[in-house]
Design a protein around this ligand. Structure first.
Ligand SMILES: [Zn+2]
Length: 273
């Protein structure tokens, strides 16, 4: 898919590899012809295009072998420019994002997209939040549906464990949410609809709140797994809250964007201390 969008423009003298680069028909000549063609063309595999150029004209060996004639035909119409360059979908300079956007299938964003993935995201935490919102974390209700051997009780409070319970009903997660400086919705339909924060809250604070939310979801899920796989081990909510603030501070202080916010309005620091 990508190769079809890459186009080689040949300059003089050209540093592009004659046999090895896909400069004609998006395929290297060494894949278009077998190795004997290289010999018939009086060339070698690492040869450069400049070996067949003189000023801005093509200079080809006189061989009348069929493969040599075919190669000459495929090249003769290629116009030689002043220098080499390669374009992606007609663009001379492009970012990896441009490449990705031009080959991927685009769908509308889910309502919670910006809360999960934004410039202040910690990817491992966003990944857990994303998996939670897709209802794909392996909670005990799902384990039982898959006929796995387990108890139905929440490892954090002993009620029935489900994704909705852990993140919008469990008293353990509830206590942690209360420590978050930016209040967010506590019901599952609001999470699914992306309505985590009151629209009256400053947008920048909502982004910081999203970070707290993602870190809280990640660390609570980690705590739940600790209790599942290491019976007898557990940490209280204060320990988790301390770690949430630690991770949030570490992330925010590494972001220029946050430092600019603090520079303009030092009260942002109050959110994380
Ligand atoms: Zn619970």
């Amino acid at each position: 898919m990508a190769r079809a969008l890459i186009r080689y423009h040949i300059g003089s003298p050209s540093s592009i590899k004659f046999w090895l680069d896909p400069w004609v028909r998006n395929k290297p000549f060494c894949h278009q012809f077998d190795d004997t063609a290289i010999g018939h063309f009086g060339s070698n595999k690492p040869a450069l295009i400049r070996d067949f150029q003189e000023e801005s004209s093509w200079v080809f060996p006189v061989s009348n072998h069929m493969s040599s004639q075919e190669i000459r035909n495929r090249i003769s119409e290629i116009h030689i420019l002043s220098s080499d360059f390669i374009t992606w979908d007609g663009l001379l300079r492009c970012k990896i994002a441009t490449v990705w956007n031009s080959i991927r299938h685009k769908s509308p964003h889910v309502p919670w997209f910006d809360t999960v993935w934004n410039s202040l995201s910690i990817y491992k935490c966003s990944f857990t939040l994303w998996t939670a919102l897709k209802e794909r974390l392996l909670t005990r209700d799902r384990m039982l549906r898959f006929r796995m051997q387990t108890q139905p009780g929440c490892l954090l409070c002993n009620n029935m464990e489900s994704i909705q319970h852990i993140f919008t009903g469990c008293p353990y997660f509830d206590l942690i949410c209360r420590a978050c400086p930016v209040p967010f919705a506590r019901d599952w339909p609001s999470w699914q609809n992306g309505n985590f924060f009151s629209p009256t809250i400053d947008k920048r604070k909502q982004i910081i709140g999203s970070l707290f939310l993602a870190v809280a979801v990640h660390l609570v899920w980690k705590e739940r797994n600790l209790r599942l796989h290491n019976p007898g081990s557990s940490n209280g909510t204060l320990y988790v809250i301390k770690n949430i603030f630690f991770m949030v501070r570490e992330k925010l202080f590494s972001c220029d964007r946050f430092r600019k916010w603090v520079h303009r309005d030092p009260s942002f620091l109050c959110l994380i201390y």
